[in-house]
Structure formats: C-alpha cells, structure tokens
Ligand binder design. Structure first.
Ligand SMILES: [Zn+2]
Length: 609
C-alpha cells in the first residue's frame, strides 16, 4: 500500500521476503505477517523498543525494492500491474509502522522517544523517495489517464484518481531541485512534529499539582479518590494529585471552590508548551508555519491552507472560513449570555469577582443547577464506564447486527487492555476491537480511535482491527469507574469511529474504513454518539452503581432540556482554535510569533474561557 504511515496495516503474505532473509540473523518479530487467530493479530507481546529501528529500516528497504520492481516493469502500465501491485507492497512497513504509531501515542517512554526522533525524518524521506520515483509516477499517471477507457470498476477508478492526486499533491511533478528542497522540508517537519508532541506530553507528565486536605474544597468523592490514587502512583501517598490532562483538569475546574487553585490548574493546562522552558513549543510553531508556507509555494499553492483543504469536502479556505464565521457570531453572542448568567450568580453570592477563564466551568455548573436543576454529580453515579461500554455494544447490535465477545490470549501492550471479537448475525468474523481505557504516563491526552489493520478483499478477505483509546482515571480497585456526561459522549463518539472502520466493505485497503477525507470522517462518529442520549440506551445501561436502578426519567428530561446549555462556550472553544489555526496558515511565509499573533476577537474582555 502507498498510504505509507497514515494508518492501517495489511496482512497478505510478503511479496519479496529476500530483503528480510538477507538480514535475518536474529529475526525481528515486528516484520513477519501477523500470526495467531482472527487472521493474525499484532505481536504486542514481542515488541521491544530496540526492535523498532532495525524493523523500520528493513521494512522500508523491502518496500523500496517492491516499488522499484513495479516501476521497472517492461509491460505497459495497467491497474493490476501498477496500482493493485502498489496496494500489495509495503505490507511489512504497514505492520511495523502501525505498532510504532501505537507506541508513539500510548507508550511514549523516554527510550521510545529517542527512536522516534531518529526515525520520523527517515520515514518522511522514505515517503518522498516513493512519490518522487519518476518511472512509478509515469505509470500511475498512465493508469489514471486511461481510467474511463480501461473498463475499471468505480472503486478502481477512485483508487486511480486518489493515487495520482496524492502523488501530485506530494510533489511528483516538480523539477529535481524543487523535489530535493521539498524532501528536506518534509524531513525537518517530521522532526518538528515529533518534538512538538513530545513537548506536550512532557508538560502533561511533568506539571502535577499536589493538594493537601485543606485544598479539596468542593471536590466530589469520585474526584478525590481518583486524585488520591494518582498521587499514590507518583509516590505521594496521603496527598491528592491534579494531573495536567483534560480528564483531570476539567472536573477540577468544574468543582474546586478554591479560585487560586483553579487559576493554577487553568494556567498549567492552557500553558502546555508555552512555559518558556525546555519544552516550549513557540519556536517550533514558528518554524513549522514557515516551512509549510514554503512547501505550499513550491507545490504551486497560495498557502498551506489552500493545499491542505483542496482534497477536503470544504475544498477551499474561503469556504471553510465562511462555514466557521457563520457560526462564530451567534456562538459569541451566546457566550456573552452565558457569562452574564455566571456573573449574576457570583454577584448574588457576594464573590466580588469578575468571571475569568478559570471561573468559567465552576460557575457554569452553578448556572446549570440553578436553571435546569441538573446536578452533574447526580448524573454521574448512573454513568458507569463498563455499563456504557455494554450500551455501545448493544447499539452496534441494533444498528449493524454486530456482536462483541471478549477474547482471551490475544497479545496486548498493557495488561489492563481488553480485546473483543466482532461478528455479524451469520457468525462471520467482522474484526477485532481493542480497548485501552486508562490514563498513564506516556499516553496522549484525550480519546481517539486507531486502525491497526484495514479491511480489504482484493487478494482475499482481510478483517479490520481497530482500537479505542481513552484516558479515564482509575479509582480504587474494585470500584466502578464513574464518568461525566461529556466523557460518555466522547466514548460513544470514538466508538462511532471504530464502527465506521468495522463497517468497511471495499476491495482495496487504501479506500477502506476511516481512510476518507478529513472533514467527512467526523460525520459517522457525530451521528453515532447521539445514541447515548436515547431512552433505549439510558434505561438499559445508565444504571446507578449502587442500586442498579436506571437513571430516573426526570433526570433524563433535565439532561435533554440542558442539552443546549453551555453550547456557546463549547462552540467558541473549538471554533476559536480552528479560526486561529486557519489564520496562521493563511498568513503566508512571513515570520510568525505565536504569542503575538492576532487572535479572533474575544467574546468579552474577561471571558474567553
Ligand atoms: Zn471524532
């Protein structure tokens, strides 16, 4: 496959194992086709960090040999001898890069980070070596030009268009000097992206706020017990730790009655990568923007934004901006109303404050109680992580006929992970779903879906392997994990991405599952997350962790009534980032100081949230 390192893995037998054999004095367990049940599974039990570099190098050499063979084929280019052959190539690299990616996002130890820093630029250079292979590009262009006359299936035509377009967008038509510069830029960018995420991860791990008993005012029991466990894990038994991740920051800012500590936690989280220390990302952002602008110009685009959006549904930065600006004004107006509600409560309490960003979640919660009589702490006991997981499985059964069954003995990279097989009503294996639920050092913040192996069938059916990754903070052993309504929504959302992957039914892996344009991929997940709030799911799975009773209908009604509550903040929070990002990338090749860059107008002088 020539998607290279974006996502996915294939499972056909290696076409050219000669390269492997040549250096196989001690076989690298990451290279061979995955073995075991379910069409083979990732060998997480055999991974060593030392093994990544030799495995990636051998796999890159193998794919280069495969690609050279395709490019040098004396027969005229056809779909089969060029594009299908490319889909068949790079299987070993897909496998190794998949596990490499899993480590990068979930097991990023200092040892691994060293390997990543070394390999990221090499992988970028390798990708350019393929897209800059002129003989290969001529063959791809020939297949694409003849796609209507060649009797191809619609799917094959799509792949021809996609391969051709991707090669052109990656610089296949440039002259040799421009190609050389492009590859230098890509290698430098790969190094900068790696450093950027490692800095972020470092700030999430290094900045921890330790609390003593007197600092706990307002925190509910579930947060206290999670914070106590987090402190104990860090050798501070008897204290409480607020971690610098979203799942730790959000409940703290929502409940802590200590305004001074709220400000500390807010600054710690929103200042990630901006502390002026060894992990500061400002200079990295400046350089990334400069290189992206230069690359866009080399490729014949006005700006990076124009290049990036060309193959999306929005199509142009102008259109994307239009969409965002249409939402911006009403969202800001709504935030003003929300802040006024908060200020009124603060004034009534005699707090003598002006609402600041670190007050936002705290007073939003008070407004929610006052206006909708909805207390998140009364909802939380009904939102047990494992019950909700059962609820997601039930939804997948209702909608797609899928059955999820836990399986044992499949290797995992963390002992607390679980693996489920997914079957359809005829009992046919649809794929595997891996669940990695808990926060830990070295794991990215937030929640996401990953594809370990993409579905395909052109050389025989290959089933999907996907994972969902979340950062729930573990409480005491044996206690159910209670999560917030927002986290429950995120859980269903990411599971929606997993279902998108599991529902894939295509011939070629480059077209499978979530390999769709970036601004389409959120559609299935946003649709599927909505099943959480249905009475069908809540009555069955939102069960009180002590009584087992379903969430009372009046609570559900309150949740529904409050469903548009705080949407001004939620919308402005993501839209402000999106607008700044767009403007940074439309600014062209001038030097940008991220701290000084003009921001969109703030909703009010004191309430950016
Ligand atoms: Zn999503």
């Amino acid at each position: 496959m020539i998607r290279l390192l974006l996502a996915g893995a294939g499972l056909a037998a290696l076409a050219a194992p000669a390269v492997l054999a040549a250096r196989a004095s001690a076989p690298n367990p990451l290279l061979p086709p995955w073995t075991g049940p379910y069409g083979g599974v990732p060998p997480f039990d055999k991974v060593t960090v030392d093994g990544f570099k030799p495995a990636l190098e051998a796999a890159m050499a193998e794919q280069l040999a495969e690609v050279d063979k395709i490019a040098a084929d004396p027969a005229p280019a056809t779909f089969e001898n060029t594009l299908a052959a490319l889909e068949r190539s790079g299987r070993a690299l897909d496998r190794v890069a998949t596990i490499f990616g899993v480590y990068s996002s979930t097991m990023s130890t200092p040892d691994f980070q060293k390997v990543e820093e070394e390999m990221a630029p090499k992988l970028a250079a390798f990708a350019d070596q393929i897209t800059q292979n002129e003989k290969l590009f001529k063959r791809i262009a020939a297949v694409d030009a003849a796609r209507d006359a060649a009797g191809l299936t619609p799917e094959q035509k799509r792949l021809a268009w996609l391969d051709y377009t991707n090669f052109v967008r990656a610089g296949a038509k440039l002259d040799p000097a421009a190609k050389k510069r492009l590859s230098e830029i890509n290698q430098r960018l790969a190094a900068l992206y790696t450093k950027f995420s490692q800095n972020l991860l470092a700030d999430e791990a290094d900045y921890v706020l330790y609390l003593d008993e007197a600092d706990l005012a307002g925190l509910p029991d579930s947060e206290r017990s999670a914070a106590a466990a987090a402190a104990e894990q860090r050798g501070q038994k008897g204290r409480w730790a607020v971690l610098n991740t979203r799942s730790s920051m959000e409940p703290f800012l929502t409940y802590s009655g200590r305004r001074d500590l709220r400000e500390k936690v807010w600054r710690m989280y929103y200042g990630r990568g901006d502390h002026g220390d060894a992990h500061d990302n400002n200079a990295i952002i400046t350089e990334i923007l400069r290189l992206r602008a230069e690359r866009a110009k080399l490729l014949g685009y006005q700006t990076h934004a124009h290049w990036r959006l060309e193959n999306s549904m929005a199509g142009t930065p102008e259109r994307a901006l239009q969409l965002m600006e249409a939402v911006w004004k009403p969202a800001v107006a709504r935030v003003r109303e929300e802040v006024a509600d908060m200020q009124a409560i603060a004034d009534k309490e005699g707090a003598k404050i002006k609402i600041e960003p670190w007050d936002y979640r705290y007073y939003a919660e008070k407004v929610r109680k006052a206006k909708y009589d909805l207390d998140q702490n009364e909802v939380k006991p009904y939102l047990q992580l494992e019950k909700l997981r059962e609820g997601m499985f039930w939804v997948a059964g209702q909608l797609f006929g899928f059955t999820f069954t836990p399986v044992e003995g499949v290797p995992v990279y963390q002992a607390d992970m679980r693996v489920y097989k997914v079957t359809d009503p005829s009992g046919r294996l649809v794929g595997l779903w891996y669940f990695d639920p808990y926060a830990r050092p070295g794991k990215n913040s937030g929640a996401w879906m990953n594809a370990y192996r993409s579905q395909e069938r052109f050389d025989g059916e290959v089933t999907t392997i996907v994972s969902n990754n979340t950062n729930f903070v573990r409480g005491k052993p044996g206690e159910p994990i209670l999560i917030s309504w927002d986290d429950a929504t995120a859980l269903f959302h990411e599971f929606g991405h997993a279902l998108h992957g599991l529902n894939s039914s295509v011939s070629y892996p480059s077209l499978s599952g979530t390999n769709v344009v970036r601004d389409y991929v959120e559609f299935p997940s946003q649709l599927l997350e909505r099943w959480l709030s249905t009475p069908e799911v809540l009555n069955r799975f939102a069960l009180h962790y002590q009584t087992g009773k379903p969430i009372p209908p009046e609570q559900v009604r309150k949740i529904e009534q409050a469903s548009t509550f705080n949407q001004g903040f939620a919308t402005v929070e993501y839209l402000a980032s999106a607008l700044v990002d767009m403007k940074l990338h439309l600014a062209g090749d001038r030097t940008i100081d991220p701290d000084a860059f003009p921001c969109p107008p703030r909703p009010t002088p004191d309430s950016s949230g």
